[in-house]
Design a binder for this molecule. Structure first.
Ligand code: PEP
Length: 248
């Protein structure tokens, strides 16, 4: 399995930010891990052009369930692929919170992504209240069951565990807590998908930065990271790529 360092630029970045992409590619022309950036939709085609001939993959941050039609403001998975994307983040907690996305919709979007040849990065994660109530494993297990489609494989699906309370806050779970959740996710995937589950990448996301990446990547069943704020600067994201490349 090739591990994955994925960056989520969220609603950040204009054409001027493409200089960061060029710096990243120059610094990491051939990392041992896979390297992915998911810019806002407005930058996908330009970023794909900037990354042509390099190992950097480009992804979207959301897609519609349909292929085309009367859905003002939406983008289909096929359109993302046409613009140069090979991945799409789905079910991010900000989409779940800001747009009321539920597991069934995330699952339908993942099916649309698969049909368009994209790999879906499907996000799950508990709120702080759910963790405090001791419901973390129940919540992420339920999101996993509801959001991951039956046709998921190691090639077309990546799971990102992102505790909602750790996103953009500078706070992270303990390494033991990350290990517990990732072990649980691996076990649930194995129950459902059998041996295929061993190859499905499980990313940790939530305040990953150069200073904590190495210890997080040493946790069992952590196969990479989904990185928000620290993916905006080539120096920070590159350091995380370097840490993942160095991990066993
Ligand atoms: C994210 O948005 O997926 C994320 C993990 O953000 P941050 O790294 O900024 O916490």
């Amino acid at each position: 399995m090739k591990k994955l360092a994925a960056g989520n630029w969220k609603m950040n970045g204009t054409a001027a930010a493409l200089a960061e992409v060029k710096a990243l590619i120059d610094a990491y022309p051939d990392p041992a891990c896979e390297m992915l950036l998911c810019p806002p939709a407005t930058l996908i085609a330009q970023m794909a052009w900037a990354a042509r001939g390099s190992v950097l993959k480009i992804g979207g941050q959301d897609c519609h369930t349909g292929t085309s039609g009367a859905h003002t403001g939406d983008i289909s998975a096929a359109m993302l692929a046409d613009a140069g994307a090979s991945y799409v983040i789905l079910g991010h907690s900000e989409r779940r919170a800001d747009h009321g996305e539920r597991d069934a919709l995330v699952r339908a979007k993942a099916e649309a992504a698969r049909a368009a040849g994209l790999t879906a990065v499907i996000c799950v994660g508990e709120t702080e209240a759910e963790r405090d109530a001791g419901r973390t494993l129940e919540v992420v297990g339920s999101q996993l069951a509801g959001s991951v489609p039956d046709g998921a494989t190691a090639a077309n699906a990546v799971i990102a565990y992102e505790p909602v309370w750790a996103i953009g806050t500078g706070r992270t779970p303990t390494l033991a807590e990350i290990a517990e959740v990732h072990g649980h996710l691996r076990a649930r995937l194995a129950e459902r998908f059998g041996p295929e589950a061993a190859g499905m990448r499980l990313l940790y996301g939530g305040s990953v930065k150069p200073s904590n990446a190495t210890e997080i990547f040493a946790v069992a069943n952590v196969d990479g990271a989904l990185v928000g704020g620290a993916s905006l600067k080539a120096a920070d994201f590159g350091a995380i790529v370097g840490a993942l490349s160095a991990a066993d």
